[in-house]
Every structure is written in C-alpha cells, then in structure tokens.
Ligand binder design. Structure first.
Ligand code: ADP
Ligand code: MG
Ligand code: ZN
Length: 609
C-alpha cells in the first residue's frame, strides 16, 4: 500500500515540476526566441527611411530611437542615437504609416506553441520513460507499471518439457495430480455427480523428492494455463508489495480460468502467524491476502492452487484447513522400486552399457532422494568421460554412489602406514561386528581410501530388501556396529582415536531415538519424550519432558551405548584372528567387496570349527 502511495506522490511531484518548468520556458526562453534582431545604424539612415515612408514602428527614448523598416523585400529593426531634433515627434506622428510602440516583437504563433508547450511535453515524456525504465529494472519488474504485479511465469501445455513420464516412483502423488488435471479437462464428468474440485493441493516431502518436478509435469500435461511462482518472489523490499502481488496473481488466474497456479516453497510466505508484535508484518499481510484470495474464488470456476513445501509443520493452520489446501500430497523419499525407476528414468539421458544392474545401485542407496539419484547418474557419466569411455558401466555407477555419499577419492592424501593400519582395523571392526550379528545388514564393501568428505574409510552395508520398520534388535545391532570401529582400536592398539566421532554421533542418535521416541528402553514405557520438529529437514527434535526425566534419558542412552560397545568388544575378542587377517587383507587391497570379506570370514570359521 505504502508503495502505491509513494508512487502517486511521485506522479504528482513530477507533474507539478513539469508545469513549472514549462512556464519558466515560456517566460524566460520565449522572449529570447521572439526578440527581433536589432541592427545599429546612423541618424541619417533613419531620416532617409522616414522620408521614404518605410518606417512602420518607432520608439523614441531620451537618447535612442528604435525603429522598424518594412520595405518590399525585408523587415528589419534598427536603433540609432537621438539628435537634438525638436519636431521629430511631430514629423513621425504626421506620417500615417508610423505607429509609436514599445513592442517590436514578431509573433510566430506556431513557433511559440511548439517551443513553449510541445517541446517541454515531449522532453518530459521521454524523461519519464527513462526514469521508469530504470526504476522498473531496479525492482526487477518487466515494464514501467509493474509495481505490485506478480511475475508468475505462465506456461501452457508442454512448455516445461516435463511430463508425468519424467517422474518415476511417486505413484500416489501422480495419481492425485492426474485427477486434478482430468478435472480441468472434463469438468462435466465431475459436475454430473456433484463433486467439487479440490481448491488446492499441497505437495509435501523432503528436499529433492520431485515436488517441483511433479508440478512441472502437471504443467506439461494439463492443457490449461499454468502459473508458476516461488514463495520467495512475494517477498519484496516494500511492505504491502507481497499482498499486491498475490492479488494480481489471482486476478490473472481468474481471467485465465480454468488454470493451475503453482506456488513453490510456500513456507516462505505461509509461516504460522504468531501472536507477538515483532513478527514480520509484510509476510503476514501477504499470507492474509493469500487466505482471502483462496476463499474468494469459487471452486467451480476451475482455478486449482498447487503448492510445495518441505516444512508443512511450519505452515499456518488456516492455510491447511479444508476449502483452501484441502488435499495433501506426500512426496516421500523413494523406496527400493522407486529408486530403481528413478535411476532408469535418468539413465535414459546417458549412454550406458547394456545390462546394468540398477537394482544393485538402488539397494545401495537407501534413503537417497530423487535429486541425489539423478546426481549419481550424472556423476557416473562424468566418471566415464574422465576415463575416456564412450558408455557408462556398472563400476561408474557404483563409484558415483560413493562419491555422492562420501565425496571424491583423495588419491594423493598422504597417510602414514601406522595410521592406515589403524584405519583398516577400525573398518574391519565395524564389518566384523556387523557380520557377527544376525539383525544387521550384510557388508557390501569396505574401503580405506580417504574421501573428500573427510572420511578416512568406510564400511558399506546394504540390506537385501527394503526395510520399513526398525526392530529393537536391529537398532541395537546397528549401535554395536557403530561402536565396532572404536572397539577394534582399543583391542588391538590399546588406544582410541578421533576417527570414531561420526560413529559416536550416529550411535547416540539411534540410542536416543530408541529411548525418547520408539519406547524401546527399559526405564520408560510408551511415552513420547521428544517430538520431531521438522520431519523433512534433518528431523530435529525438541524435548517434551521435565529436567529430571531428561537426566534419566541421558543415563539410559549412555547405558544402551555402553552395552552395545561391550558387546562389540566381546565379538571382536572372540574373532581376533579374523580381525587380524581381514585387516591385513584390507590394508593390502585398500578396497574389498562384501564377497571377499565373507569368503575370508567363512574360510576361517570353517577352520576353527
Ligand atoms: P523438490 O522436491 O525439492 O522440489 P525437485 O522437484 O526440484 O525436488 O527435484 C530435483 C531433481 O531431482 C529433479 O529435477 C529430478 O531431476 C530429480 N528427481 C527428483 N525426484 C524425482 C523422481 N521421482 N523422478 C525422477 N526424477 C526425480
Ligand atoms: Mg522444489
Ligand atoms: Zn567408524
């Protein structure tokens, strides 16, 4: 609002100053232009002309005479000095041609009009345009009058170049969106039964799961106009501009109905309004405007609002109530089949060898998002080019999984033999503890090649099939596996290193979740002691218990980890020969596969039995 006021103030100032300037032009410049050219001459010339009767105008002053001569071929104004000539005035007066005057100006109406009015006007219009263009550029808008206009991009069918075929997995989300697209195409079908089109659908899910992609696919499939705008585009430097943009967006949408409006990252404007006054006024106004607009149009008209966010819990409840975003479409991290499908979709864009085992890659990437999988495919293609190959093969893909998880190999990192040995024992410690527990996933690969992420080595475990639940045994086995690295250091070198810091973090995280959220501890029953505050972004938690309970939680967590650590140490003690043999093998090879690992493990155990 403020800015609109400013804007009209600008116009008024501009108009007044142009009027003032125009007047000045007329008063000061015009006389200069219309002033006749005056030539000096002598008195006798004056007398001659008087006799010839060619003088038309005259002005007599104390010491000078100004006169105008008009003959057939020219007009000219002259001045001359005044002689003592007592009856001059009488003589002049007798001459019927002569007029006494003050004003020798020659008026040219057309010129006066052009110079006095048209020229300033043209000048000001040009200036105004230049000013506005500069202003508009600074505002990032398109043309001079774009204040408060939404700069939503409008797409029509297939302009985004994306279709539902580009989105793999996410079948439920696709289904829900297909229905909306269908509604816009065949409204009669739904009207017959009396079904109402959902006004809005909210895509929620972790980053990189294809929310934006899904919306683009909708744009590609729907044969209706598609407005796409990001929440952050509503946030402007002027208070009130966001609200104005929302208003404009919906006005445009109403004109183009049936159509789809997509607001990406809606949490930027849709955050919960809080009671305190320090809140962001601008954001609140924008949100209020959005709420009003969503109520304002009638669902039958065919404007569907899609929005995407990865922070649904931070959205204002008013936004989520039925009648606004009454449908929530989850875009979760892909499962095994989903991952395989996504890998295949992206692999179509690159040249690969024929029989690539995408299932193996999908199994190795549990928890990866669609964006990460797309990145893995691209990394594989880059690796193939680096190795001067024309097509991507299986090992490119496997290596790029590790690149995405742990960064590039640091080939020329200098690590002393002593440290290498320590790292090898540490990793085999993890692997052995994992292999010796039934409830843990098989070892897939062990490596002690350092990575750019800072990892000096790691042990990769890959589940046979997709797991949706975590049992208590599995959780405990995981914690024991995490402590396995440190246990090996203690057992063999009688020392401990900082290399276990990440293991410690992970083990604690699981143990804590077991106690506070999964109800898997002996002290507490099924009581939620922590709540997850942002499910899709890292899953931060906040405590929901008294300080005493918090202290008990800490003890409990410590107990769980300690027991797991003791268990890991026991496993390694029992298998100390295998620990030595496998570590020596890893030290020599630097990277070993799960099969190589199991072969040595089984051979040994056969011998000892
Ligand atoms: P977000 O959910 O954060 O909006 P995007 O839609 O921007 O994620 O996804 C980023 C990229 O990840 C996409 O451009 C696409 O290449 C890839 N991607 C994510 N999910 C999928 C999927 N289900 N199928 C195919 N590609 C996907
Ligand atoms: Mg997105
Ligand atoms: Zn470790």
């Amino acid at each position: 609002m403020n800015n609109e006021k400013n804007y009209s103030k600008h116009i008024i100032v501009f108009i007044i100053s142009s009027l003032v300037l125009t007047l000045l032009m007329n008063i000061l410049v015009m006389p200069q232009l219309t002033k006749p050219k005056v030539e000096e001459t002598n008195y006798s010339f004056f007398l001659d002309k008087l006799e010839d009767g060619e003088i038309t105008l005259v002005q007599v002053k104390d010491n000078q005479i100004k006169f105008k001569v008009e003959s057939d071929d020219k007009k000219q104004v002259y001045v001359t000095g005044r002689m003592s000539d007592p009856n001059l005035v009488e003589r002049l007066h007798k001459d019927k041609n002569v007029v006494f005057t003050e004003n020798f100006e020659e008026r040219n109406i057309l010129l006066e009009f052009l110079v006095g009015w048209v020229l300033p006007l043209v000048f000001f219009i040009v200036l105004w345009n230049i000013l506005m263009k500069g202003m508009a550029k600074r505002m990032g808008g398109g043309n001079a009058m774009s204040f408060g206009k939404s700069n939503a991009k409008i797409y029509v069918k297939a302009q985004t170049g994306k279709t539902f075929a580009d989105v793999a997995g996410q079948d439920e989300a696709k289904e829900a969106l297909v229905e909306i697209v269908d509604f816009l195409h065949n409204p009669e079908k739904y009207a017959e039964i009396g079904a109402n089109l959902p006004k809005g659908a909210l895509l929620v899910g972790p980053p990189g799961t294809g929310k934006t992609l899904l919306a683009q696919a909708v744009a590609g499939e729907a044969e209706v106009p598609f407005f796409s705008i990001s929440g952050s585009e509503f946030v402007e430097m002027f208070v009130g501009m966001g609200a104005a943009k929302v208003r404009d967006l919906f006005k445009q949408a109403a004109e183009k109905a049936p159509c789809i409006v997509f607001i990406d990252e809606i949490d930027t404007i849709g955050k919960k309004r809080d009671g305190n006054f320090s809140g962001n006024d601008e954001r609140e106004q924008t949100l209020n405007q959005l709420l009003t607009e969503m109520d304002g149009f009638d669902g039958k008209k065919g404007v569907v609002i899609l929005a995407a966010t990865n922070r649904p819990e931070s959205l204002d409840p008013a936004l989520l109530r039925p009648g606004r975003f009454d449908r929530r479409i989850p875009a979760e991290l892909p499962d095994l089949n989903g991952r395989e499908a996504i890998l295949k979709v992206h692999a179509k864009k690159i040249k690969t060898e024929e029989n690539i085992d995408y299932n193996a890659i999908a199994r190795a990437t549990a928890g990866a998002s669609g964006a990460e999988l797309a990145n893995i495919i691209n990394e594989a293609a880059l690796r193939a080019v680096r190795n001067d190959r024309k097509v991507v093969n299986q090992s490119d893909l496997e290596e790029s999984v590790e690149v995405v998880i742990a960064g590039y190999q640091r080939k020329n990192a200098v690590i002393s033999q002593k440290e290498k040995e320590l790292i090898a024992y540490h990793e085999i410690g993890h692997a052995l503890v994992a292999a010796m527990q039934k409830a843990s996933a098989p070892v897939h690969k062990i490596t002690i090649i350092p990575r750019t992420s800072g990892a000096l080595g790691y042990t990769m475990q890959v589940d046979e099939d997709e797991k949706f639940l975590l049992t208590k045994e599995e959780a405990l086995a995981r914690i024991a596996t995490f402590t396995g690295g440190r246990s090996a250091e203690e057992l063999v070198f009688n020392t401990c290193t900082s290399g276990a810091s990440n293991d410690i973090e992970q083990a604690t995280k699981i143990a804590r979740a077991m106690v506070t959220r999964f109800g898997m501890s002996s002290t507490f029953d099924m009581v939620a002691l922590e709540t997850v505050t942002n499910q899709y972004l890292g899953g931060d938690t906040s405590l929901a218990c008294s300080a005493e309970t918090a202290a008990k939680i800490d003890t409990e967590v410590n107990d769980i980890v300690r027991k797991a650590h003791q268990k890991a140490q026991q496993i390694l003690k029992d298998n100390i020969d295998k620990l030595h043999e496998l570590s020596a093998f890893l030290l020599e090879k630097e990277t070993i596969t799960g099969e190589e690992f199991m072969a040595i493990l089984n051979k040994e155990s056969n011998n000892t039995l």
